[in-house]
Design a protein around this ligand. Structure first.
Ligand code: COA
Length: 172
């Protein structure tokens, strides 16, 4: 199975809004804790990605999309830190793969390419947090991220139950 990961231009992201939205909507519908709550629909997901376009234009946010057989099945973002004293640092956000494409290395491919893009943008330190003891937590561990610790009751699952978050960093 060939996985292609691509850094989207603003025009490409705009053209892919529906596909990006479908992947995020699918995750929320599946109960994944990715910022949003039950009732979040495909239109909300599209509006979310649309709201990011100005940052892509400014270059302060990077959006990668993963394709299998030409179909967009996942995405991840890199958010550049804004403070002048932290230009070497960025946050990783919204790694998400459609449920039907999981377990085949798409998440890994997205994260490996994200590191390449971060290096190309001059970043040497990446930070992220994720729900503890789920697939993403294991994936980051395998990719060499350093576990800082876990904050209990950090966020909510879509159904409103509290979940713990693990914080990670990685020097590039
Ligand atoms: C986290 C997430 C992005 C991982 O995506 P993915 O494409 O399934 O990731 P991978 O395929 O690289 O790895 C997932 C699992 O498949 C396994 N795998 C990868 N390639 C495989 C292959 N070719 N054959 C068999 N298993 C494989 C991995 O070992 C891993 O196993 P594990 O879950 O037991 O640790 C996905 O589960 C997701 O979208 N989760 C919801 C959103 C979320 O929580 N995002 C994180 C926010 S920070």
């Amino acid at each position: 199975m060939a996985i292609e990961v691509k850094r989207l231009t603003v025009a490409e992201a705009r053209a892919a809004l529906n596909a990006l939205a479908e992947v995020l909507h699918d995750a929320v519908e599946g109960g994944d804790s990715v910022s949003f709550m039950d009732g979040f629909d495909a239109g909300d997901a599209r509006a979310f990605y649309e709201s990011l376009l100005p940052e892509l234009e400014r270059g302060t946010r990077v959006l990668l999309a993963a394709y299998v057989d030409g179909e967009l099945v996942g995405s991840v973002q890199l958010v550049h830190a804004w403070p002048p004293n932290s230009q070497h640092r960025a946050d990783v956000a919204k790694l998400v793969v459609h449920r039907r494409a999981r377990g085949r290395g798409v998440g890994r491919a997205l994260m490996e390419q994200l590191e390449e893009e971060a290096r190309a943008d001059g970043k040497s330190l990446l930070i992220l947090d994720t729900v503890a003891e789920r697939a993403a937590d294991r994936l980051y561990g395998r990719l060499g991220w350093i576990r800082l610790g876990t904050v209990p009751d950090y966020a909510l699952d879509p159904d409103g139950s509290l979940c713990d978050a693990t914080f990670f960093y990685k020097h590039l």
